[in-house]
Design a protein around this ligand. Sequence first.
Ligand code: MG
Length: 162
Amino acid sequence: MRIGHGYDVHRLAPGRRLVLCGVEIPFEYGLLGHSDADAAVHALMDALLGAAGLGDIGRLFPDSDERFLDIDSLLLLDSVMEQIRARGFRLGNADITIIAQAPKLAPYIDRMRMTLAARLGVAPDRVNVKATTEENLGEVSTRGIAAHAVVLLEEPARAINL
Ligand code: MG
């Protein structure tokens, strides 16, 4: 088994869409970034790449590349999963924590989970999404939205040379 961790944060700004785990959430602010700035999917991709030893999304999808401007991060996730599968890895499970003071994310959690599970090609019980505030103590979670992700990848069995 291989474990991976990912973290991402994006700043909230007016005039932007708020997309988390591929789900658009009505809110007066959205996340600022080169892509759609889906911090949760970005953290998930970094966790997957970390577990597989494949670097990080900054290296794979540089924000200097016009191809990734305003791109749906789920498309980037597809590309990451392709690379993971090509190396024979299988996703054991993924657990994502979104840290946001606002908006309330509870009504969207199930849709986020279903969206990611479908995209990752696994049963929904292998994907967990949760959200928390920081009790107004965190500057990041009031001015932006952060996300952590951990994943477990299962490696293909290898012959053991005794
Ligand atoms: Mg990001």
